[in-house]
Design a protein around this ligand. Structure first.
Ligand code: BJW
Length: 251
């Protein structure tokens, strides 16, 4: 039996689905993957020097500008067939009385724009900014920001509303992720290098519990040999093909 057929079988026999997505899902929408994001002016920087609290403390203007340019870019991008297929899968599973939780490491909101409802943003969002003094979150700051960094009304700075290396993930996101993984019967990892924790650990945990598992990725990853089925290719092409599984009904 080919990989796609085995994947369709897993999908047809699952009722409680957890999907973990990463930057590869948005690549076909024109959003550069995290480690490819540095083009033009930004190519002189290492992402690990920009996506940390220390970088923001050292140079809040440069970090704010980088995130504001990325905010503008994702707003000009549109969901691709991979995002749309995941929203349709959720609708089919929930419509059949099952559960579907989409854990995303992406900060671009494209899943929500495609119609996904049960989305857990593990790494925050590019569309939000948070006051360094009060913690107040705003999604209505001018686009682009008038200057970098932008001061808050409380005398702090607005920092990007994302989770940087060394920072804790939002408590509510962790609680929702853990609850979903603890009770799922299928875990699916799509378009992520599976290198960043705790996100990668959620998939590993489900696999260790004996949950059925599927991966979709352009390239091999550290979990490719751990999962039941690893499909090699583009998310925007493979996910619509898997629709035959959920259209056939689940459970
Ligand atoms: C396609 C495709 C197509 C392309 N179709 N596929 C345990 C062990 C070791 C280390 C740690 C650990 N626990 C915690 C850590 C430390 C750290 C960590 O994981 N480090 C590792 C690098 C080793 N984790 C943290 O610090 C986390 N916090 C935490 O754990 O708090 C507790 C704690 C606090 C203090 C001390 C100790 C513990 C926070 C992690 C935050 C990650 N933040 C970022 C930046 C977000 C903001 C921004 O966007 O700028 O999140 S880093 C970056 O990586 C971003 C992404 O969400 C994340 C994952 O990347 P992703 O999505 O996998 O993208 P890529 O680019 O890596 O891969 C793309 C993939 O797609 C590739 O596989 C391609 O093949 C594929 N692809 N096109 C299908 N069309």
């Amino acid at each position: 039996m080919g990989g796609i057929d085995r994947a369709l079988e897993l999908i047809r026999s699952s009722r409680r689905v957890v999907v973990m997505t990463g930057a590869g899902v948005s690549a076909e929408s024109g959003v550069p993957t995290f480690r490819d994001d540095l083009t033009g002016y930004w190519s002189m920087f290492d992402p690990n020097d920009l996506a940390t609290p220390e970088a923001f403390d050292r140079d809040p203007a440069t970090v704010s500008r980088w995130y504001d340019e990325r905010r503008q870019r994702v707003l000009s991008c549109r969901p691709n067939p991979g995002h749309v297929a995941l929203a349709a899968w959720e609708e089919a599973v929930v419509g059949a009385g099952g559960s579907f939780v989409l854990l995303t490491q992406n900060v671009d909101r494209l899943h929500q724009r495609a119609g996904s409802r049960h989305v857990v943003e593990l790494h925050g969002s590019l569309l939000s900014w948070r006051c360094t003094r009060t913690g107040k979150v705003r999604e209505d700051l001018p686009l682009p920001l008038p200057h970098y960094p932008m001061e808050s009304e409380a005398g702090g700075l607005y920092r990007p509303g994302v989770v940087w290396f060394g920072e804790m993930l939002p408590e509510s996101a962790v609680a929702r992720a853990e609850a979903a993984v603890a009770s799922c019967d299928l875990v699916v990892s799509i378009g992520t290098s599976a290198l960043v924790y705790p996100a990668a650990g959620y998939v590993e945990w489900a696999v260790a519990q004996g949950v059925s598992s599927l991966e979709v990725n352009r390239d091999p990853t550290p979990i490719s040999d751990l999962v039941d089925v690893s499909l090699r290719g583009l998310a925007g092409e493979i996910l619509p093909r898997l629709g035959a599984g959920w259209r056939a009904g689940t459970g």
